[in-house]
Design a protein around this ligand. Structure first.
Ligand code: SAM
Length: 246
């Protein structure tokens, strides 16, 4: 049983592609006609106008792929069941921090595709996000977050061509960790926790304490006194990066 078999049950409800981030990812795929989406989950960010094959280890996630999603194989990044250069591009979206062997996974992306497009987050910026710093410091101690590979970790292993900031829009449609940076009330919702692996991995009592502290500060106005300016901002850089290599 993989981590996402345990924590992925509410994923399809909590997570969907944000159209602006999707456009950025699809532009990064360039003229690739064939794409392997590794750590594909429920299929978010997969292009519909190219030939796509998805790779995903968790049966719970495979079972939530919509009927019209790309065909998927149950496998891990570290051992991709494809021939060398079988695809024009390999895509990996918010997944590499879950891999057990980063180097092996990146080598496989390079082996099966000429171009690699990876959406990751910079751990230091992630850990300084107000939710983590003020309400749930346990988040940054989790193995998936503590050792999360940022650009500096992947760069020596790939032929990096460019690194783009992926701004998170104020009305982000996806529900990943930082998505609700200016809608703090959303972090009180259990369905939102289910879509964020760092929260879904934490014990219920930690989440209850997080929600209690946040609710108190929202009711008293303390959150708005400290961070209220965020509510007027249209987007933010929270450390999400798109690495284009090959
Ligand atoms: C946060 S989800 C991202 C899913 C999808 N890419 C998206 O953007 O919605 C992370 C995914 O990585 C998968 N994963 C974990 N370990 C993996 C590995 N070693 N190889 C490939 N995928 C893995 C998980 O099962 C999970 O579906």
């Amino acid at each position: 049983m993989t981590r996402y078999d345990a924590i992925g049950r509410g994923y399809a409800q909590a997570r969907r592609a944000d159209p602006r981030i999707q456009r950025q990812i699809h532009a990064a795929l360039g003229d690739a006609r064939t794409v392997v989406n590794v750590g594909a989950g429920t299929g978010n960010y997969e292009p519909f106008d190219r030939a796509v094959i998805a790779v995903e280890p968790a049966a719970t996630m495979l079972g939530q792929r919509p009927p019209d999603a790309a065909p998927a194989v149950q496998a891990v990044a570290e051992h991709l069941p494809f021939l060398d250069r079988a695809f024009d591009a390999a895509l990996a979206v918010l997944t590499i921090h879950h891999w057990s062997e980063l180097d092996a996974g990146l080598a496989e992306l390079q082996r099966v595709a000429q171009r690699q497009v990876i959406l990751l987050f910079e751990p230091e910026l992630d850990h300084s996000f107000w939710l983590v710093a003020d309400y749930v410091p346990e988040w940054s101690a989790l193995p998936t977050e503590r050792t999360a590979p940022g650009v500096a970790a992947v760069a020596p292993r790939l032929n990096v061509r460019s690194v783009e900031v992926v701004p998170v829009p104020a009305d982000c449609q996806d529900g990943f960790g930082g998505a609700y940076w200016n809608r703090p009330e959303m972090y009180l919702e259990p369905e939102v926790h289910a879509g964020i692996s760092s929260l879904a991995q934490l014990p219920a009592e930690v989440l209850a304490r997080m929600a209690k502290g946040l609710r108190r500060d929202l009711e008293s106005g303390a959150w708005d006194a400290r961070y209220g300016a965020l509510r007027a901002q249209t987007q933010i850089d929270l450390g999400y990066r798109l690495v284009i290599a090959g």
